[in-house]
Design a protein around this ligand. Structure first.
Ligand SMILES: [Zn+2]
Length: 105
């Protein structure tokens, strides 16, 4: 399990809080979309700038990339491009954000 480190926002220097966010993944020249739900990220409380830890971003890319590759490799699609949903379980905040590195709400 990864934990998020407390840090300030690189855009506005505001305070960042760990949150679970959702992202829609798309690729050029591919109609397929993958919605990824429940990604742990640091979110700025002022400007909502979001930082996903590199390890998590790489992991999600490794999940969705083969799906995009398979879709792109189709010569004749028998069906319209599907909507893919990937949902990570909602975690207690202190599982990915230990008390020592995060302030209380
Ligand atoms: Zn900010």
């Amino acid at each position: 399990m990864i934990s998020l480190k407390k840090r300030s926002c690189p855009e506005c220097h505001g305070e960042m809080q760990p949150r679970l966010i959702n992202l829609l993944y798309k690729r050029e020249n591919c109609e397929l979309e993958a919605e990824v739900i429940g990604i742990p990220a640091n979110v700025c409380t002022t400007c909502y700038y979001r930082i996903i830890p590199g390890t998590i971003a790489k992991y999600i890319d490794s999940l969705v990339d083969p799906i995009f590759a398979a879709e792109t490799a189709q010569r004749e699609n028998p069906l319209p491009a599907p909507h893919i949903g990937i949902q990570f379980p909602a975690l207690e905040r202190d599982l990915y954000c230990p008390e020592s590195t995060c302030s209380a709400e």
